[in-house]
Design a protein around this ligand. Structure first.
Ligand code: ADP
Ligand code: MG
Length: 589
């Protein structure tokens, strides 16, 4: 009974058996593991490996509880380098199912076998078998109807089995691994095939093109080694299912690490989306404790802050340093390639010329005086660096100014060296403003400007409380708020950078944020939300006609901005099309 109760902690469903047995094989030094499952593991699970195996004496005791060969003294608990150490898995499995184990060590001519039926152990008897170990588990929970009842359909259970298999497969790229269900081979993974290949085989539903969709980041500092494959924002998901974190080969879930991943993608993804991430961490086993959870899926880091900050830094730096612009998708013609002989391929130069001509003819004629649409009042001219129009290099080198046009008063189409881009004017301006605001506020507070006539508004008691709780935030933003009556407040000073924003309108949105954002948000998070909101309000809008010089300014700012490829909400600002793609579509290549 003790073992049956203990089994409840470790063996929840067939997939737990698969996990424990595969981990044992890895600890035994196997290079090949075969997993055969029937009926989602409800009827049968067999795992065999070519590891070190066990002799008769060890087999007789391995299925007793608390028997392990992996630790000898309590001191060993502080530096566990194997996946197992609790000596509970085999005992738990054998107490809730029919188990037959066959094993031969490398230096022995004969194999041994043992059968256990829900804790009822037979003798070890000699038999013949290859070296390594095979464990066959049948009819899990058959003597425990209450638990058997909770097993789901074969499909669902098989989903869990595949997930456990995938975790082991990702963490052990050097192993040959096979998974079979009802006689059908689901995966046959060759050792040493490379991580990207393995990911593609395990997750065809992500339809990842490793070279295009995954970015590799790595760092190695202070004993902490990080290797990550980061999905580009375009392959994000609605859940964190595709975030795999491994610590020294063990799949773990950790809230610090999840948070670091989320932060790394801040502004690159919409808040409701989750990035696809494969993260491999190596660190000395003395720096964390795995003995905090029965299935060892959680660990305790002795220096969680270091882990968090290093992962965040490595990932963030890589993501910001990578061109994440969305490649435009051209409609595929669906037509088979025409058989008629075509004229000799036209050089990309000719297409570039044709495009240049098109943009020249279609651009608006009038040129207006350079105006600044970075909102700044004259009094603040000293603070806001003057945005000189930067001339985009003419790709043809012919002295033409940059070729661009605004369409539907919302998008800007601009020629680039190797094609053209379509820019969402609001999203781009918003991301530029956001970055500007963030840089300025990091160095202190935003410059404030006194309003000629203070603008007053009514406040509820909870609103004035929210403002009181956030006086420091208001001050950093450059908002000066004074009581104006029993239920009235007035804005006296307002950030210079937001001078084209209606103060009262802004205060209303700010209040919504202060009162309703989830309370888990720390100061930095809240500030970030506020800056997002401010940038959105101050940015030029869709549907707003822009002059040439305004467009030029926007394009110039874009070149200087650090992360202009995404707006602060994580939507793309720019979609690019390459000449090569166009040529293909027009069947010129
Ligand atoms: P743990 O893995 O925590 O030590 P288990 O109950 O999973 O405990 O296994 C008990 C012992 O049985 C292990 O310590 C190991 O010595 C032995 N063992 C289990 N599986 C294998 C295997 N596939 N090959 C060789 N030895 C194994
Ligand atoms: Mg084990």
């Amino acid at each position: 009974m003790i073992n049956m109760i203990a089994a409840g902690e470790v063996i929840e469903r067939p997939a737990s058996v698969v996990k424990e047995l595969m981990e044992n094989s890895i600890d035994a030094g196997a290079t090949r593991i075969t997993v055969c499952v029937e009926d989602g593991g409800r009827r049968s699970i067999a795992v065999s490996d070519d590891g070190c195996g066990m002799d008769a004496e060890d087999m007789a005791c391995a299925f007793e509880s608390h028997t392990t060969s992996k630790i000898k003294t309590s001191a060993d608990l502080h530096s566990i380098s194997t996946l197992g150490f609790r000596g509970e898995a085999l005992a738990s499995i054998a107490s809730v199912a029919q188990v037959r184990a066959v094993s031969r060590t490398r230096d022995s001519a004969a194999a041994n076998c043992i059968e256990i039926d829900c804790g009822d152990k037979g003798d070890v008897t000699p038999c013949s078998a290859d070296f390594g170990m095979t464990i066959h588990v049948r009819d899990i929970f058959y003597k425990l109807p209450a638990r058997r009842k909770f097993l789901k359909t074969a499909n669902t259970e098989m989903g869990h089995v595949s997930e456990q298999f995938a975790r082991v497969a990702l963490a052990n790229g050097n192993l040959d691994l096979t998974l079979t269900h009802n006689g059908r081979e689901l995966y046959r993974l060759a050792g040493g095939q490379g991580l990207c290949g393995r990911i593609a085989e395990l997750f065809p539903m992500l339809s990842l093109s490793a070279s295009n969709d995954l970015i590799e980041a790595s760092s190695n500092e202070k004993g902490l080694q990080i290797l990550a494959l980061l999905g580009k924002p375009g392959v994000s998901r609605t859940s964190n299912r595709f975030q795999y974190v491994f610590l020294n080969g063990r799949f773990i879930r950790d809230k610090f690490i999840s948070h670091a991943i989320k932060e790394a993608y801040r502004g690159l993804l919409e808040p409701s989306r989750f990035p696809v991430v494969f993260l491999f961490i190596q660190m000395p086993c003395e720096d964390y404790d795995v003995n905090v959870h029965p299935t060892k899926i959680e660990v305790r880091f002795y220096n969680a802050n270091l882990v968090h900050s290093q992962i965040l830094a490595a990932l963030r730096e890589k993501l910001l340093g990578t061109d994440l612009e969305m490649p435009g998708k051209l409609p595929s013609s669906g037509q088979p390639r025409s058989e008629t002989p075509r004229p000799a391929p036209v050089s990309s130069q000719r297409i570039a010329d044709a495009m240049a001509e098109f943009f020249r003819r279609h651009r608006p004629v009038q040129r207006q005086e350079q105006i600044r649409f970075h909102p700044a009042s004259p009094s603040a001219a000293g603070e806001v660096p003057s945005h000189k129009p930067v001339q985009y290099d003419s790709p043809l080198g012919d002295g033409l100014r940059q070729k661009f046009m605004q369409i539907h008063d919302s998008f800007i189409v601009a020629q680039t060296d190797d094609g053209f881009v379509i820019i969402d004017q609001h999203a781009l301006h918003e991301s530029i403003l956001y970055e500007d605001l963030r840089n300025r506020i990091q160095n202190g507070k935003l410059q404030s400007q006194k309003l000629l006539i203070p603008e007053s508004f009514e406040v509820t008691p909870s609103a004035s409380e929210a403002f009181e709780d956030n006086t420091e935030l208001l001050e950093r933003l450059g908002i000066e708020l004074v009581p104006f009556g029993p239920r009235t407040m007035a804005v006296q000073g307002f950030p210079t950078l937001l001078s084209n924003v209606e103060p009262l309108d802004f205060m209303q949105d700010l209040l919504d944020l202060l009162e309703h954002t989830d309370t888990g948000l720390d100061t930095a998070g809240l500030l970030n939300e506020v800056l997002n909101m401010a940038a959105c309000k101050a940015a030029i809008k869709a549907g707003q006609k822009l002059t040439d010089s305004e467009i030029e300014q926007l394009l110039a700012d874009r070149q200087q901005a650090e992360s202009a490829s995404r707006c602060p909400h994580g939507r793309p600002t720019t979609i690019k099309f390459s000449i090569t793609e166009l040529e293909k579509q027009f069947k010129r290549t």
